[in-house]
Design a protein around this ligand. Structure first.
Ligand code: NAI
Length: 436
């Protein structure tokens, strides 16, 4: 039986970073992955979406280019071409992860792994033993809403997985859920000429962000012809061969929306089934995530869990941090605890929304003494130059995460504000703490 110090189940962002950090700390490491390395983020999530968002951005830019002294006539969009480019970007990133595995002498085991008692992992007929720890990083998947007839069928009811591989766009698309996924795909498909209806159950779109950001985006999307319906309940779905009709209740009124396809973006389910958790004594929380302690150790000693399987925020960089922290803990180090209330988040639609810390409503709920600062993009020379001054009532602000140190809010604001016109990797809590 082959043995390693650390065996990581799942080669997505949380898993591959955990493996790299483990190897860097001198531990022999294996990663078990059933598909391509890089997980959802690299292969069917963040990375291809960002490539498509850029295509959408170019399409939008060309429509308004005359104002900038550049006339573009006969502009055509072709989703198939954009999709193929996004696949190349994804594949390069996945190969990059493969390279990192080789560079750090990490063994990649191809196949579906099942954890077993005694810190073992079974892949097919082979069993691997972990001398120090098994780390579960199996991630999450899109979920449908079967109770109202919306089961993903990959043709008329699709998820982001299928949306990212379409050769041609549907004529019309109803998107259920206006979280990050729904917002980003509404942006992409609208730019490629699809008639979009965006349906959100909560009273406003992108509900995890400040109300002002939601209002701005709702206005911007409506201006572009996207039908935004918030506070809406989909009560029934009739799924046909080439169209879907949704019965919706919103604001006390009933209406029907018919579209050529429905994109499910109403959250994700974690991959905790059939991986041997129960047999190892690994318990789940009431909400179905893997239960972990402050060291990300599960209820079974020697088994850790990281990334989406331990709960929100389901973000690649949160998984990165957990992966690295767990590797250090396994190696006997004492890394800084993760500050889950300081995880930055960006929704890369246009206009983009970036945040860190608490929203203003959360500050109010917690009865905190807070400062909300606002700076208008219309007063930002760079934003005026690029014609991107669209912002909440002429002002945008970073979240005011003010607790013991009022300066923290100002710093966060500076970081968040600064990235509006220069998208890059999200800032870390250290950026906020640092006096920049
Ligand atoms: P989400 O949980 O962020 O948003 C789902 C939305 O659907 C919520 O606003 C919810 O209220 C709504 N919803 C739920 N049931 C509904 C129903 N029956 N009818 C209408 N609306 C309904 O999930 P999402 O957008 O699928 O994203 C999944 C994860 O991936 C999230 O953690 C997200 O942050 C992450 N992600 C991050 C991105 C980024 O960092 N840019 C991009 C895409 C996803």
């Amino acid at each position: 039986m082959a043995s390693f110090d650390v065996i990581v189940l799942g080669g997505g962002p949380a898993g591959y970073i955990c493996a790299i950090r483990s190897a860097q700390l001198g531990m022999s490491t294996a990663v078990v992955e059933q598909e391509k390395l890089g997980g959802v983020c690299v292969n069917i999530g963040c990375i291809p979406t960002k490539a498509l968002l850029h295509s959408a951005y170019i399409a939008g830019l060309l429509k308004e280019s005359k104002e900038f002294g550049v006339e573009a006539s006969g502009v055509k969009t072709d989703y198939g071409v954009a999709m193929k480019r996004s696949r190349r970007v994804s594949d390069q990133n996945s190969k990059g992860v493969e390279f990192l595995m080789k560079k750090h002498k990490i063994t990649v085991v191809k196949g579906t792994g099942v954890v077993q008692p005694g810190k073992k992992v079974k892949v097919g007929s082979d069993v691997y033993e972990a001398k120090k720890a098994v780390v579960i990083a199996t991630g999450s998947r899109v979920k449908g809403i079967p109770q109202i007839g919306l089961e993903i069928n990959k043709t008329t009811v699709i998820s982001s997985d299928e949306a990212l591989l379409l050769e041609r766009v549907p004529e019309s698309l109803a998107i259920i859920g206006a979280g990050a996924v729904g917002m980003e795909f509404a942006d992409i498909f609208q730019a490629f000429g699809v008639k979009i209806t965006l349906i959100e159950a909560l009273p406003r779109i992108l509900p995890i962000e400040d109300a002002e950001a939601s209002d701005t985006l709702a206005k911007s999307y409506r201006k572009r012809g996207i039908d935004v319906i918030a506070g809406a309940k989909v009560t029934k779905a009739a799924v046909g061969k080439d169209k879907v009709t949704l019965d919706i209740e919103a604001g006390g009124e009933k209406k029907q929306v018919t579209a050529a396809a429905v994109l499910m973006a109403a959250g994700r389910a974690v991959n905790t089934e059939n991986i041997g958790l129960k047999e190892c004594g690994i318990q789940l929380t009431d909400r179905g995530f893997i239960k972990v302690d402050q060291n990300l150790q599960t209820t079974a000693p020697g088994y850790y869990a990281i990334g989406d399987v331990v709960g929100p925020p389901m973000l690649a960089h949160k998984g990165f941090r957990e992966g690295s922290v767990v590797a250090e803990i396994i190696a006997g180090q004492k890394p800084h605890a993760i500050k889950y209330d300081n995880v930055p988040s960006v929704t890369y639609c246009h206009p983009e929304v970036a945040s860190i810390g608490l929203t203003e409503d959360q500050c109010k709920e917690k009865k905190l003494d807070y400062v909300a600062g606002r700076f208008p993009f219309s007063a930002n020379g760079r934003a005026r130059g690029t014609g991107e001054t669209e912002d909440p009532r002429g002002a945008y602000r970073g979240r005011a995460c003010v607790r013991d140190d009022p300066r923290a809010g100002r710093r966060a604001r500076k970081r968040v504000h600064g990235r509006r016109n220069r998208p890059c990797d999200p800032c870390t809590p250290d950026d906020v703490r640092g006096d920049r």
